[in-house]
Design a protein around this ligand. Structure first.
Ligand code: ZN
Length: 245
C-alpha cells in the first residue's frame, strides 16, 4: 500500500471515531460475507442456519449477477430470502469503489445508489451496517459513513471489547491461509474478554478464492463457536445491544 494512503488510513482511524463502551454479559460473534458471492448466500447461510445462526452480507448492488474472481456474485433472489430469514444485508458501496481514489461527492452518490437500488428490490429496507471496500478509510469518507450508518466494519484484525469504535469495527478474516487453531484462539480471547468477534470472508465453496474458504473450514469455525456456547448475531442485532445515547 502506498505510504500516503497508509497515513490517510492511520489518521482516519485515529481522528474520526464513534466510540462506544461495549459491555456485554457474554461474548458474541458475527459472521459477515463481503461482496457477496452466491456461495456465501447458499453454503455460508446453510451452515450458519444448521447451528441456529444468521449472517450479515455486505453487498454492492452494482456487482449483482456479475462474475468475480471469487465466483458468481449474488442472484437478486437471495436478497429477499436472507432478509425474510432473519439475516442482514449491509452496504458495501454500489460499485465496490476505492475510497482512496474517489472524491467525496462520488462516494456519497455511490452510497445513495446502493440504498436506492435495494429499495427498488426490498421497499423500506435500510442499510444500517457498512463495510469499507478494500478496507480503505479516509478522514472525509469515515465522517460520511458515520453520518449514514450505525456501524462500519474494517479489515483491521482484532476483537471489539470495552471502548469500541463503531466507525471502525475490528474483524478477523476467515480464509484457507488462516490456521483454524489461530481462529479458535481468537474465539477463546473473545470468551475471556466478553468481546465481540466479527468474522468476514467472501466465497464459501469447494475451490475457494484467496479471500474465501471451503464449506468444511467454515463449518469447523461455526461449530467451534456453537460448542463453546457462543451466540452469533448479525451486526445490526449486536449494535442494538450497545447502550443507546
Ligand atoms: Zn469487497
Amino acid at each position: 500500500m502506498d505510504l500516503y494512503f497508509k497515513i490517510q488510513r492511520y489518521l482516519a482511524c485515529l481522528l474520526v471515531q464513534q466510540k462506544k463502551f461495549l459491555k456485554l454479559s457474554e461474548p458474541v460473534i458475527s459472521f459477515t460475507f463481503d461482496d457477496a458471492p452466491n456461495s456465501a448466500f447458499m453454503n455460508g447461510a446453510e451452515i450458519l442456519k444448521k447451528y441456529g445462526f444468521r449472517g450479515t452480507y455486505f453487498i454492492s448492488l452494482g456487482l449483482a449477477e456479475q462474475n468475480r474472481p471469487e465466483g458468481a456474485c449474488f442472484d437478486i433472489k437471495h436478497l429477499t430470502d436472507v432478509v425474510e430469514d432473519g439475516g442482514e444485508l449491509g452496504c458495501h458501496t454500489y460499485n465496490h469503489i476505492h475510497f482512496y481514489k474517489s472524491r467525496l461527492s462520488k462516494i456519497r452518490e455511490d452510497l445513495k445508489k446502493n440504498q436506492d437500488k435495494i429499495n427498488e428490490l426490498i421497499p423500506g429496507y435500510r442499510f444500517t451496517s457498512f463495510a469499507y471496500p478494500y478496507g480503505e478509510q479516509t478522514l472525509e469518507s469515515k465522517k460520511l459513513v458515520r453520518e449514514i450508518y450505525d456501524s462500519a466494519r474494517s479489515i483491521n484484525r482484532g476483537i471489539n471489547y470495552k471502548c469500541t469504535d463503531l466507525n471502525n469495527l475490528q474483524a478477523v478474516q476467515l480464509d484457507e491461509h488462516m490456521d483454524p487453531q489461530k481462529v479458535f484462539d481468537f474465539i477463546e480471547q473473545a470468551i475471556r474478554t466478553k468481546g465481540w468477534l466479527v468474522f468476514y470472508t467472501h466465497d464459501v465453496q469447494k475451490n475457494p478464492s484467496s479471500w474465501g474458504c471451503t464449506p468444511e473450514y467454515f463449518e469447523a469455525i461455526v461449530k467451534y463457536c456453537y460448542n463453546r456456547n457462543i451466540k452469533a448475531f448479525t451486526i445490526e442485532k449486536v449494535i442494538k445491544m450497545f447502550p443507546q445515547t
